[in-house]
Design a protein around this ligand. Sequence first.
Ligand SMILES: [Zn+2]
Length: 359
Amino acid sequence: MKKCQICNSTNIKILVKKRETPFSVCSDFKYKIDFSLATCRECGFVFEILDRKFDEIANIVYNNYNIENQPFPYINNQLRLSIDHLSNIITKNSFKSILEIGSGRGDFLYTIKERFNYLDIVGIEPSKMDYYIPTINSFFEAEYINKFFDIVVCRFVLEHIAEPKKFIREISKISNHIYIEVPNIDFYLSSGMSEFSPEHINYFSKQSIKNLFRGFRVDVSISEETLRIFATKSKYRSNIKSEFKDRQILKYFRNIDKIVDLLSKKDKKIAFFGCSKMFLWCYYILDYNIKIDNIICIDDNPSSLYTIHHNIPIISFDKLENRDNYIYLISISNIEIAERISNRLSEYGLENYILWRNL
Ligand SMILES: [Zn+2]
């Protein structure tokens, strides 16, 4: 029996079902899985109902993870904010040891240790790669860790975990403090972007995080697309509060169908501005009608990290030839940037564009 991983209710409603959907983290669209997004009728938690075994999915995802060749340590803006946030927590609580679950090459902990050189740091990472910090190559299980840590860090991991409550229970065997970062479903739904993707099993809001961390004192800080959570074990158990996002989610998927409809009627090649998860859904539906040769992605700041996105070339707008042959889809979470792009297209006399936020 399927049940809600937060409140244990079996009163589940399926919101969206899609067959054979590709994973967005893999470097091409070869690996596909059925996607069923559901919500709990008791607490409103949004999650993926898995028809396949978690291990099977995990193996596909972690053996085909799209790892780019970045200099080490690679620190982007979002990571810098996270480092500042955790640094404050470390200083305030005089923490001396950190375990990170899903540590990758070690970019995050390495940079933290540069600030606090006395810290004892260890990473756990299921994907094989070159590690720059002491790392255990494995999935996390508390029994393998014969040590207690001041804090366990888990960045963009919890949304992939089939049984998040059990996972947190396991972590709390080896630490009294947990620092978590996850995508914020409220931001994605309100901006019209999304993190909906088959490899994401859980979609958290501030409230569902509080519901999940009962028995913890929880401090949630929101910075647009990211929830940063510092949880400390406590005897106090708050009540579960309900919140429902069904309508917003259904609208999101209806809008995708609308866009795909517009794109396929125009008889033009397609240029995607912005490569969010929305791209995945459009591409996945379009793939049946449109050849991959007729699609490109545009990024005016090609960070040089990406020149290919799921086998589709990424070029800057300046390099694009025969611009009249394209219909442009602008899907960027920052509305000002999205509008700037649409104005620029108009200046070039290119009226064939769809601004995702206008739907
Ligand atoms: Zn529930």
